[in-house]
Design a protein around this ligand. Structure first.
Ligand code: NAD
Length: 499
C-alpha cells in the first residue's frame, strides 16, 4: 500500500513514530494509502530546523520572497489537473470543486506577491527636533498552521502564503484525512525556489498538534477546524504565550424575504446547501423563509431542483453535483442526525438516507435531504451537520428571522435574499455574524479582503488572508531616532512635548 511521508528540509521523509492513519478513497470506501502520524520528537526536530532556515529567509528582501510566490502561482496553474485529481481521490469532491479549492488558495498566493507593499512600515519625519520615528513589520520566526480536511489545498495556502511571504518559517500540520495535496504544495514551493526547511509539512494527529502547542519556538498558530478543537487549541496555545487564531464550525442561515426572486433563492440554496456534500464551513444549512406563503413557495421550488441533483464519484465527469462524505464515520454521524430530525418531529420533505449508487455501494454517499418545520430545540438545528442536509425554519417576520441568525451560537456566514435595499442594509448592519451575503448565498470574501466568523466560529482578533494575515504573521517594531544636528541642549530627564 502507498505510504505517504512528511516533507522536511526540502525532502520527503518517512515517519518514524510507527503510527499511521488510513487514507481512504471515499467514493469506493477503500483504503488507498497510509499517512504517518508524527511523534513529538519528529515535530520538535522539524521546528528546530525551521528555526535555523528562517534566519536567512527572514533576511531575504521581500521582493525576492514575492518572486517565489509568483513562481508558485505559475506552478499551481501548471499542475492544476494533477492537484485536483489527488484532492478529489482523497476528499471525494468533484473535479470542478477540487479545482475551485486550489484556485481560491492560489488567489491568496497572488495577493501575497504584494508582500513588499504589505510589509511597508510607517514613517514620521521630524517628530521632534532631529527626531524621526518609524515602524516596521518583522516576521515572528517559526509559525504554524493546523488545517481541516474539507479544503486541503485552499486553507493550507491561506496560512502558508502570508506567513512565508512575510519572512517566517512555516510548520503545516494538514488533515490526516487528505494529506497528499499539502505534500504536493510543499514540492511546488521548493521548485519555486523556497529554501529547504522554511516550509515543513508534518502529518499527524493530536500528538503532533500538542507538540506544536507546547514547542517554545513556535510563535503563532493559525487553526481551522471544528469548534471543540478550535477552543482547545486557542486555550492551550494562548496559555503557552503564543499568538493564536482559530476558526471553527458554522450553522449558516439564509433568510428569504417575501419579495425575493424565488427561483434565484431556490437555485442559490441548492448550490449552497448541497454543493461539496455540505462539507463547507460556508454552506447554508438553514433556510429561513419569512411567512408561510414564502415558505410554501420556496419548498415547491426546491423539491424538483433537489431531486435532479446528480451524486457520484469524481471520476464520473463534470456533471456530478456532489460526491461522497469524507469518511464512514462522517456518513454515520450525518445519518444519525437525520434520524434525530425525524424523531424530534421535523417534517421530512426529501429523504436522502437510502441513497445507493451501483458499483459504489461501499462509498460514503448520502442523498440530499430537506427538512421543513424545523424548530430551534432540535439537534439538526443546534448542531453543525456538515452533510447534504438543509433545514427549513419558518419565521413569521423579518425580526424573528434576524433573531434566529443572531441567537445561534455560530456566526460564520449568513445571507439574505430580498429586493428591498432597506431590509438588506439593516440586516448587514445588525446581524452578529462575520460574513454577510446580500443575494449571495456563500459570501466568501476574495483574497484581498479578510475571512473570519464571529461567536463560536472564530477565536482571536485577526481574520484569515487579506491584510489581517500579514498583521497576524508579523509584529511591529517602532524606532525613535535623533541625530545630533537636531539637538539644541543636553540630556532630558522628563517626558515632554517634542516641539
Ligand atoms: P477537525 O477539528 O476534526 O480537525 C481539524 C484539525 O485539527 C486537523 O488537522 C486534525 O488533525 C486536528 N485535530 C483533530 N482532533 C484533534 C484533537 N483532539 N486535538 C488536536 N488536534 C486535533 O475538523 P475537520 O473535520 O477536519 O474539518 C471540518 C470542520 O472544520 C467543520 O467544523 C468546519 O465548519 C470547520 N471549518 C471551518 C472553517 C472556517 O474558516 N471557520 C473553514 C473550513 C472548515
Amino acid at each position: 500500500m502507498k505510504e505517504l511521508t512528511h516533507f522536511v528540509n526540502g525532502q520527503h521523509v518517512k515517519g518514524t513514530s510507527g503510527r499511521f492513519a488510513d487514507v481512504y478513497n471515499p467514493a469506493l470506501g477503500e483504503v488507498q494509502a497510509r499517512v504517518p502520524l508524527a511523534s513529538k520528537a519528529e515535530l520538535d526536530a522539524a521546528v528546530a530546523d525551521a528555526a535555523k532556515a528562517q534566519v536567512g529567509w527572514g533576511a531575504t528582501n521581500p521582493q525576492r520572497r514575492a518572486r517565489v510566490m509568483m513562481e508558485f502561482v505559475r506552478l499551481l496553474n501548471r499542475d492544476m489537473d494533477k492537484l485536483a485529481e489527488a484532492l478529489s481521490s482523497e476528499h471525494g469532491k468533484t473535479i470542478p470543486d477540487a479545482k475551485g479549492d486550489v484556485q481560491r488558495g492560489l488567489e491568496v498566493i497572488e495577493f501575497c506577491i504584494g508582500a513588499p507593499h504589505l510589509l511597508k512600515g510607517e514613517f514620521t519625519d521630524s517628530a521632534g527636533p532631529g527626531i524621526d520615528m518609524y515602524s516596521m513589520r518583522q516576521p515572528l520566526g517559526v509559525v504554524a498552521g493546523i488545517t481541516p480536511f474539507n479544503f486541503p489545498a485552499m486553507i493550507p495556502m491561506w496560512k502558508m502564503g502570508p506567513a512565508l511571504a512575510a519572512g517566517n518559517a512555516f510548520i503545516l500540520k494538514p488533515s490526516e484525512r487528505d494529506p497528499s495535496v499539502p505534500l504536493m504544495l510543499a514540492e511546488l514551493l521548493k521548485e519555486a525556489g523556497l529554501p529547504d526547511g522554511v516550509l515543513q509539512v508534518i502529518n499527524g494527529d493530536k500528538e503532533a498538534v500538542d507538540a506544536i502547542l507546547d514547542n517554545p519556538h513556535v510563535q503563532a498558530i493559525g487553526f481551522v477546524g471544528s469548534t471543540p478543537i478550535a477552543e482547545y487549541i486557542y486555550g492551550r496555545g494562548c496559555s503557552n504565550g503564543k499568538r493564536v487564531q482559530c476558526f471553527g464550525g458554522a450553522k449558516n442561515h439564509m433568510i428569504i424575504m417575501p419579495d425575493a426572486d424565488m427561483d434565484q433563492a431556490a437555485d442559490a440554496l441548492v448550490g449552497a446547501g448541497y454543493g461539496a456534500a455540505g462539507e463547507r464551513c460556508m454552506a447554508i444549512s438553514v433556510a429561513v423563509p419569512v411567512g408561510d406563503k414564502t415558505a410554501d413557495a420556496l419548498i415547491e421550488k426546491l423539491v424538483p431542483r433537489i431531486e435532479k441533483l446528480k451524486i457520484g464519484p469524481y471520476t464520473a465527469g463534470n456533471d456530478v453535483d456532489y460526491g461522497p462524505l469524507v469518511t464512514a464515520a462522517a456518513k454515520e454521524r450525518v445519518l444519525g442526525l437525520i434520524e434525530s430530525g425525524v424523531r424530534q418531529g421535523a417534517e421530512m420533505v426529501v429523504d436522502g438516507r437510502n441513497f445507493t449508487l451501483q458499483g459504489y455501494e461501499s462509498g460514503y454517499f448520502v442523498g440530499p435531504t430537506l427538512f421543513d418545520r424545523v424548530t430551534r430545540d432540535m439537534d439538526i438545528y443546534k448542531q453543525e451537520i456538515f452533510g447534504p442536509v438543509l433545514s427549513t425554519v419558518r419565521a413569521t417576520s423579518y425580526e424573528e428571522a434576524l433573531a434566529y441568525a443572531m441567537d445561534h451560537e455560530y456566526g460564520n456566514g449568513t445571507a439574505i435574499f430580498t429586493r428591498d435595499g432597506d431590509t438588506a442594509r439593516d440586516f448587514a448592519a445588525r446581524v452578529n455574524v462575520g460574513m454577510i451575503g446580500i443575494n449571495v448565498p456563500i459570501p466568501v470574501p476574495l483574497a484581498y479582503h479578510t475571512f473570519g466568523g464571529w461567536k463560536k466560529s472564530g477565536f482571536g482578533d485577526l481574520n484569515q488572508h487579506g491584510p489581517d494575515a500579514f498583521r497576524f504573521y508579523t509584529r511591529t517594531k517602532t524606532v525613535t531616532s535623533r541625530w545630533p544636528s537636531g539637538l539644541k541642549e543636553g540630556g532630558e530627564f522628563h517626558f515632554k512635548q517634542m516641539d
